[in-house]
Ligand binder design. Structure first.
Ligand code: B12
Ligand code: SF4
Length: 501
């Protein structure tokens, strides 16, 4: 059966893993990438997004490929886009549309009740998707397809979950060629994932949602270091890349794994890489292994330094751990970027001031400031409602993928938008501002001098441009994507180029 995956924006490892799995099971995967410009959290403009919409060329391409079914990955922020395309596909081709990904996992019933999908999947979908395609092709019982959500008359049925795939080494490598054939020259990095999920369950994160489904058992599926290195070695034979980006939630969670991985990676891959970590997992052994393996840059989620707010989001690390971790990384010559969140429930402006004080003394290379984005199913939503920072109506909107943009649902941040935006400005430039200047600015109450007309997303872009590693793959890929698809669409709109993707 021909299954076409329609993917917005960037490379999507979930889809590429699914594609290679269903191919192994006898089906034929296809991929169409919809560029979806100006609808992400960096560049967001309804008017430009409409102007640059690739709807018609995307639909034409799908029709040319004549799939038997179409699969669409759905993040909550992309639920509206997924529904629009699903409707168009069903009207034009009449083939079934299947949704999957974090939005469906978080709110399965709502996905089916409010969306256009014929079928959707909860959580990891390799086994279920292959089974569904068999049923659609040869007939059979939909009730036997694990993780499937489907309509039986007026009822929405959620089937039993398959156990998590524990031995990820048994899965085929992701179907990278599908993406790179469609987007030649877009990636200078090799994106890879070695584990699924995270041992922690911070309340603002998808992993807290997953806990409702798999409990504490969700953690524990990790590919062996040899399997990860084998994929990268194979990747090297197919295309050139000068950077590797590990998409794992918490790359350094397992010291033993890391110690086995480090020498193997250094010997067989030897390409600088990026990974994400957590302040509780930056001990001496971890940093030693990162250094030995050639890690170039890490992103550390700090989110807040205020003890009470840390408790609210279920974070247990101490300020000493953050301080020591940053110092160790610096001593090892590993670039480090920290994440801060504005708009957490209960967060006061003073929390942000504490963060400025802390990072002024313990300087990371880059501070990435995010505004709290409530996505469906987060336990933090109930906390925000209890504090009167969100309403039940807000939750209903969040559950259908609306209002997930942090600038609009940053809890009560909106009431102190100006001061929050000023702190965002300051965090963005902190790494180059003289320490004394920052101290004076904050202690003498001169923050009002910082302009509030500069949009926060612009400051994030500036910080990225100034301080992120020149190999920073997200930045480079984003620039390429906008340049390639933006210029192409403008020429198409002017009638100078035939509309295609
Ligand atoms: C890497 C990553 C990124 C990368 C790449 C994104 C991508 N499209 O792959 C980048 C940096 C670009 C990114 C950006 C964003 N991300 Co992100 N990202 C992740 C991360 C850390 C890993 C994703 C991954 O590769 N997982 C591994 C693969 C194997 O799993 P998977 O993708 O979930 O796929 C499996 C199942 O979900 C399912 N499935 C997935 N797709 C489909 C499709 C079909 C048809 C079917 C049947 C099944 C199916 O089957 C797959 C295989 O089992 C996750 C956290 C996480 N643990 O998932 C967050 C996560 C997905 N991101 C998230 C968010 C919010 C974002 C942003 C909106 C953030 C922002 N403010 O900009 C943007 C959106 C960008 C976009 N438009 O795609 C949230 C989504 C929450 C939600 N409910 O929507 C997550 C869950 C993190 C979190 N906050 O908790 N992200
Ligand atoms: S450490 Fe990161 S990935 Fe893990 S639960 Fe917390 S925020 Fe999510």
């Amino acid at each position: 059966m021909k299954i076409l995956f329609l993917k917005p924006g960037f490379e999507h490892l979930g889809v590429l893993h699914l594609a290679s799995y269903v191919e192994q099971q006898g089906h034929t995967p296809q991929l169409v990438v919809d560029p979806v410009l100006f609808a992400d959290s960096v560049f967001n403009s309804a008017r430009l997004s409409h102007l640059m919409d690739y709807g018609e060329p995307v639909m034409r391409k799908i029709a040319e490929l004549k799939p038997d079914a179409v699969g669409i990955p759905v993040l909550s922020a992309g639920f509206a886009w997924a529904n629009t395309r699903a409707r168009q596909i069903k009207d034009r081709l009449g083939v079934p549309v299947i949704f999957g990904g974090p939005h469906c996992t978080a709110v399965p019933e709502e996905t089916m009740r409010t969306g256009e999908a014929d079928y959707a999947f909860v959580a990891d979908a390799e086994i279920g998707m292959a089974r569904l395609l068999d049923v659609l092709e040869k007939g059979g019982d939909l009730g036997s397809v694990p993780n499937l959500i489907w309509r039986n008359g007026d009822a929405v049925v959620t089937n039993e979950l398959a156990p998590l795939i524990r031995d990820l080494d048994t899965l085929p490598f992701p179907a990278k060629d599908l993406y790179y054939d469609a987007n030649p020259g877009h990636g200078t990095a090799y994106n890879i994932i070695s584990a699924r999920y995270c041992p922690l369950r911070c309340k603002f994160c998808y992993n807290a949602t997953m806990e409702k489904i798999y409990g504490a058992k969700k953690w524990g599926s990790r590919r062996s270091p040899a399997n990860v290195v084998a994929e990268l070695r194979e990747g090297k034979t197919k295309r050139r890349f000068n950077y590797v980006r590990f998409f794992d939630d918490l790359f350094t969670a397992d010291e033993a794994w890391l110690s086995e991985f480090a020498p193997m990676y250094a010997r067989d891959v030897n390409v600088p890489y990026h990974c994400s970590l957590h302040p509780s997992f930056v001990g001496p052994k971890v940093v030693e292994a990162l250094k030995l393996s050639g890690c170039r840059e890490v992103q550390m989620g700090v989110e807040t330094v205020a003890p009470d707010t840390k408790k609210t989001i279920r974070r247990g690390e101490s300020l000493d751990q953050i301080r020591d971790g940053l110092a160790r990384l610096k001593a090892a010559g590993i670039r480090n970027s920290v994440d801060i969140i504005i708009g957490l429930p209960g967060q006061e402006v003073d929390d942000l001031r504490q963060a400025v004080d802390f990072f002024n003394e313990n300087r990371p290379d880059l501070i990435m400031t995010f505004w709290m984005e409530y996505t469906p199913g987060l336990p933090l939503i109930r906390d925000a409602i209890a504090r009167g920072e969100l309403t039940e109506e807000d939750e209903a909107r969040i559950n259908i993928g609306q209002g997930v943009n942090g600038y609009y649902t940053g809890g009560r941040t909106l009431h102190r938008y100006k001061s929050s935006a000023r702190y965002h400005f300051l965090f963005s430039l902190l790494p180059i501002l003289p320490r004394k200047f920052v101290r004076r600015l904050v202690s003498r109450g001169r923050l009002g001098l910082i302009p509030t007309w500069v949009p926060p997303f612009f400051m994030t872009a500036i910080a990225n441009l100034l301080f992120s590693d020149r190999h920073n793959a997200t930045r480079n890929e984003m620039a390429r994507r906008y340049w390639h698809y933006g210029a192409k669409r403008v020429l198409q709109r002017l009638g100078l180029l035939y509309p295609s993707i």
